[in-house]
Design a protein around this ligand. Structure first.
Ligand code: UDP
Length: 192
């Protein structure tokens, strides 16, 4: 049962619980995707039923912002706490590094994902970054093929919302990845 906050259902999990769920999804057969809605997502979902559906059908819906937590509390359905996308990604990478899982970084301006990969590999010794691609491409096909060829288990999809959520749903299954996470501007942050 998800906790409804103004039309978007959230998983009521701590960061540790969310990371464990993400790890289980990355380990499981088939394709899964996680979203990290903030209040802007909620407003966008109210205007766009397709976006709302994409959020609802996600395997993991994490409350990214303090605004979501406050709204949930006011509505009388408090959530355990904020699970910022960046912190979720960090916890997942720590697990990936110790389990030999392969991470692909997709998004941001040319050069940013490569820089983020270098920083992340030194922050999480053993982390396998199996590929990177910038977020300014015209055709999905070659990018899907690159992710598939890289045998990625997990893909951080950082194209901004709602583009990244629609992209994951449309292209995720064909990539062979087990978990995609929509993470907005995170690669810019990881690149420092
Ligand atoms: N971005 C991208 N392709 C696009 C549009 C945006 O890769 O077609 C990237 C952009 O470079 C930035 C990220 O998406 O790194 C997220 O941008 P923003 O901060 O606007 O998104 P938010 O975090 O608010 O969802």
């Amino acid at each position: 049962m998800r906790t409804d906050v103004l039309g978007v259902g959230f998983d009521n999990l701590t960061l540790t619980e969310a990371a464990a769920t993400g790890a289980a999804l990355a380990d499981a057969d088939g394709f899964h995707y996680a979203v990290t809605p903030n209040p802007e997502f909620i407003l966008a979902a109210r205007k766009d039923p397709q976006f709302r559906q994409v959020l609802q059908q996600a395997h993991l819906v994490l409350p990214d912002g303090v605004g979501v937590i406050h709204s949930a509390k006011i509505l009388g359905r408090p959530l355990k706490g904020r699970v910022p996308g960046i912190e979720f990604a960090q916890a997942l990478m720590a697990w990936m590094a110790s389990h030999g899982k392969r991470l692909f970084l997709l998004g941001a301006k040319p050069g940013v994902a490569e820089l983020a990969a270098a920083r992340l590999k030194s922050a999480y010794p053993g982390l396998i970054v199996c590929g990177t691609h910038d977020g300014y491409f015209k055709e999905d096909g070659p990018v899907v093929e690159e992710i598939r060829a890289a045998a990625a288990d997990v893909v951080f999809v950082c194209l901004g919302a709602p583009k990244q959520e629609f992209w994951m749903v449309k292209n995720g299954p064909a990539t062979g990845a087990h978990l995609m996470v929509g993470l907005g501007g995170s690669l810019d942050v990881f690149a420092g």
